[in-house]
Design a protein around this ligand. Structure first.
Ligand code: KG4
Ligand code: ZN
Length: 342
């Protein structure tokens, strides 16, 4: 069975195509056939962040060409099911992808499945590393920072904790703006941090006190501490040590994320940690997670960077796993929901 997945929750127009097969053991096997992404990121750069109206219009222009490229790359004329992100995300952007998916599903006479974007970031890993055992998932993106308990990809996901203020990716983007690095900040800080000293500045680790919620995060204090540091340099008339700030900030983020993720695995008695979302592409998060998981005897799964950021393959993957688990198709009247919980 061929499943097409459409992603349009933010600034990436993604169309992925997968093949779903029942393995010899009855477990679903999902194979990636095509993964085409068109990004409007360049159109948002001069505004320093994603402009929802521009993202919606870009989805409208890119949707059909991206879909055609994906079908051609997969060598498929018509999928057997169409899945699309219905939330969470930008309202107008979500509408474009979901409307396109429903229209094509109706025209092709195939079922439509409305998909949760956050679940997609978890399910994408199965395309690379196979069936997912009971796991803790650390989901770190521009809009979300959460610890999740995942028990099979067709089953409901339980939220263990989440950020009380900024998402990790949002903190990266804001700190990049403070350092004049431009948007999107994550990859730029990651690159600059390679030239800096991660122990140069002792930035705060939010939500790590003995009375703080074990599985919650907070990054607004860290962002403010970086702003104060930059202001002090300016007041004192000394150059901002941008590489040291980037490296020390990145160390603080990676330290908190990986410490809490490993602790959640221990608390839940789970032997596998999965990291997903755009910030999972971060070099220090990946390295420190490897180190700490190895020390704690926890298996680590992180998709390749290209699959960590938004794409259609993640939506096709979750769609296929839901189909394998016997989910009923969504009615074509189903609404998109910008605030959809996990
Ligand atoms: O998952 P994603 O593509 O979109 C959302 O659903 O938000 O994540 C985008 C976020 C942005 O905040 C971006 O700055 C961050 O992921 N990001 C990174 C890196 N690559 C992307 N953050 C840190 N290091 C990176 N290498
Ligand atoms: Zn995302």
């Amino acid at each position: 069975m061929i499943v097409m997945g459409i992603e349009s929750s933010c600034d990436e127009t993604g169309v992925g195509i997968v093949r779903l097969e029942a393995g010899a053991d009855g477990a679903a096997r999902v194979e990636l056939l095509a993964d085409e992404v068109a990004s409007s990121v360049d159109e948002h750069v001069r505004f320093g962040g994603v402009v929802p109206e521009i993202a919606s219009r870009a989805h409208l222009q890119a949707m059909v060409p991206t879909m055609r490229r994906a079908l051609a790359a997969a060598g498929v004329d018509r999928p057997d099911a169409v899945a699309a992100t219905v939330g969470p995300g930008l309202a107008g952007a979500l509408l474009v992808g979901a409307a396109a998916a429903k229209a094509y599903a109706a025209a092709w006479g195939v079922p439509f499945y409305g998909i949760n974007h956050l679940g997609g970031h978890v399910a994408v890993d199965a395309l690379e590393h196979g069936p997912l055992p009971r796991s803790v998932a650390l989901l770190v993106s521009g809009g979300h920072t959460q610890l999740l308990l995942v028990d099979g990809l067709g089953a409901p996901i339980v939220e263990l904790g989440s950020t009380v203020d900024d998402a990790a990716g949002e903190a990266y983007d804001k700190v990049a703006r403070l350092l004049g690095l431009g948007y999107p900040g994550g990859p730029k800080i990651d690159a600059l941090a390679q030239e800096g000293d991660p122990s140069a500045i002792a930035f705060p680790r939010g939500m790590t006190g003995p009375r703080d919620a074990r599985h919650a995060f907070s990054f607004s204090g860290l962002k403010t501490a970086v702003a104060r540091h930059v202001e002090k340099c300016e007041r004192d008339g000394v150059p901002v040590p941008a590489a040291d700030v980037a490296a020390s900030f990145q160390e603080a983020v990676a330290d908190v994320l990986t410490m809490k993720a490993v602790r959640a695995c221990v608390d839940e008695g789970v032997g596998t940690l999965l990291i997903g979302g755009g910030v999972a592409a971060n070099s220090r998060v990946r390295a420190l997670a490897e180190e700490r998981c190895a020390a704690a005897g926890i298996a680590l799964r992180v998709p390749r960077p290209r699959l960590c950021t938004d794409n259609g393959a993640m939506i096709a993957s979750l769609g296929a796993h839901l189909i394998a688990a016997g989910a009923t198709p969504s009615p074509l009247g189903i609404s998109t929901d910008p605030g959809l919980p996990v």
